[in-house]
Design a protein around this ligand. Sequence first.
Ligand code: FES
Length: 157
Amino acid sequence: MPFSVELREKINQIISKSETRQSALIPTLHAVQREYGWLPNECMSEVAEILDIPPASVQNVATFYTMFFTKPVGKHVIWLCRTLSCALRGAEHVEHYLSEKLGIHTGETTTDGKITLLEAECLASCGTAPAMLVDDELYENLTRKKIDELIEKLKKD
Ligand code: FES
């Protein structure tokens, strides 16, 4: 799976700004994931080759951080916070509502491939709990109305 010229250029920029090839790994994995939506094995092998680091190091980093997907996910990913403040402010009800609305359980992707629902640790928005991250955007003080509007928006995208 050879990377596109654009992605190779992006990775070269990352390498040129990094002190070591190893320190270029995380930003490189982000760049690759942005391009493919997840990190297939062939992509991780190519990253190892480009950065000249062992493939096992790439695998270890990709599987350690929850922000990296080593299996396909939906076009949009909902990270629902289940840590204490959000739990105390109804995250469980939000999760049930989302599951019901999307027709999936946490950890699954809708059949149209649009939305994956995952649990997250604290999103640093405890004062506005319950909170969730949708792709890179934070949604706070969640209500059924807000969730309805958001899901409609994501489904149209
Ligand atoms: S506990 Fe949910 S944002 Fe902190």
